[in-house]
Design a protein around this ligand. Structure first.
Ligand SMILES: Nc1ncnc2c1ncn2[C@@H]1O[C@H](COP(=O)(O)OP(=O)(O)OP(=O)(O)O)[C@@H](O)[C@H]1O
Length: 251
């Protein structure tokens, strides 16, 4: 199918004799922003490593678009504190040209930090630097493992906004793992709830009402996510005043 970047059919990964990922079916297309949620140890990182080709499937198939390039932001990046490392040097380690490094840094709005030391960056700046590194090869698919970790709440919303902007500007696909359920529900097109197998998946609002989601995250979380992702039950006129909904908006 057109724009299909990666397709998993009944994909399983067994590690140490256990099914860590169990018969997952998933298609990622250009333009998608897909978020994987699920409890600790659910196999989320293992699944995205399979998408990247780091883990081999033990059953099922994975099909990648020929010539697919991926950009990856791993869950843990440790900067050695005893080594003074500048943003410039960190980006140069990718082997990309200075122009490409600078372009990627501009794309994540941290171009002004080119000569800064990586240890002095804030949580949000660090994550933007890591996304910039993943962008230097102009990936078809951006794979992000908890991109908002270490970022304050306002910064998290801005980061998810950036990810959507990058998807629009670069016309790539995005698959990410997140634990920030509220932000996920507002910033993603499709949610996959993983607990070895896919418990439920779909548009954020569908998923938040799914019994499997409620079972995994509890009534309280499900209710708060559903409230957060509310429908407007009214429209506004040209002056901003509230008016009854038109038929096309009625829910
Ligand atoms: N090489 C390995 N051999 C055996 N078990 C492994 C291996 N790698 C990971 N696991 C196990 O697989 C399970 C899933 O790990 P994974 O990191 O994919 O989970 P996760 O959903 O990303 O978790 P978290 O949200 O805590 O990051 C864990 O129980 C982990 O201990």
């Amino acid at each position: 199918m057109a724009d299909e970047l990666v397709r998993l059919d009944d994909a399983s990964i067994h590690l140490g004799g256990q099914a860590i990922v169990d018969r997952v079916n998933l298609t990622i297309r250009r333009g998608d922003v897909i978020t994987i949620i699920g409890p600790n140890g659910a196999g989320k990182t293992t699944l995205i490593k399979a998408i990247l080709g780091i883990h081999r499937l033990t059953a099922g198939t994975i099909t990648r678009e020929p010539g697919l390039t991926t950009g990856y932001v791993p869950q843990h990046t440790h900067f050695q504190p005893t080594l003074p490392l500048t943003v410039k040097r960190f980006m140069a380690l990718t082997g990309a040209s200075e122009a490409d490094c600078r372009r990627a840094l501009e794309q994540t709005s941290v171009g002004h930090l080119y000569h800064s030391t990586v240890h002095h960056l804030s949580g949000g700046e660090t994550q933007r630097l890591l996304i910039a590194r993943a962008l230097v090869r102009e990936p078809d698919l951006l794979v992000l493992d908890e991109p908002a970790q270490g970022v304050d709440v306002n910064g998290q919303a801005a980061l998810y906004e950036l990810i959507r902007e990058l998807r629009d500007r670069l016309h790539c696909g995005v698959i990410m793992i997140s634990h920030d359920l509220h932000l996920v529900m507002s910033a993603t097109d499709r949610v996959i709830c993983l607990n070895q197998h896919i418990c439920c998946s779909g548009y954020p609002e569908q998923v938040s009402h799914d019994p499997a989601f409620v079972e995994l995250f509890g009534q309280h979380v499900a209710r708060s996510v559903a409230v957060y992702h509310h429908h407007h039950n009214h429209d506004h006129d040209l002056h901003g005043d509230v008016v009854p909904p038109t038929d096309s908006h009625a829910v």
